[in-house]
Design a protein around this ligand. Sequence first.
Ligand SMILES: CC(C)(COP(=O)(O)OP(=O)(O)OC[C@H]1O[C@@H](n2cnc3c(N)ncnc32)[C@H](O)[C@@H]1OP(=O)(O)O)[C@@H](O)C(=O)NCCC(=O)NCCS
Length: 100
Amino acid sequence: MAFVNKFREKSGYRFSYEHSIYVDPDYINNGYGNKILKELIKICKKITKIKNLIAVIGGKNNFASIKIHKNNGFQYIGTIKKAGFKNNKWVDSIYMQKRL
Ligand SMILES: CC(C)(COP(=O)(O)OP(=O)(O)OC[C@H]1O[C@@H](n2cnc3c(N)ncnc32)[C@H](O)[C@@H]1OP(=O)(O)O)[C@@H](O)C(=O)NCCC(=O)NCCS
């Protein structure tokens, strides 16, 4: 599953979008995440208002997510420390970006 949302509501960010990808845990590490991301980029390229795709990845140990984004031309932008709180733990947000 994949979806794309506005990166921020403020008008100045209207050309930037954040996407998310989820693969069923029973099927991870079979290349599906990579394929979905490729297809998502292809679709987003056809939508002229999408100029930036931004991945906000939960945790520096999310190696699979970081890898599929690197494999598809995303660049590491930076990390917001302890931005999220999941499963009773603070989680960093890793930002990766691709200009379309
Ligand atoms: C992130 C996610 C979408 C990846 O999907 P996937 O189908 O497992 O990804 P793929 O099999 O296409 O690719 C995984 C890549 O990570 C690599 N990888 C996996 N685990 C790794 C690890 N522990 N260390 C280093 N690399 C690792 C694989 O080798 C592969 O890279 P390669 O194709 O260059 O060999 C999936 O793990 C998921 O749904 N995670 C939970 C939700 C999430 O974090 N989504 C991302 C938010 S944008």
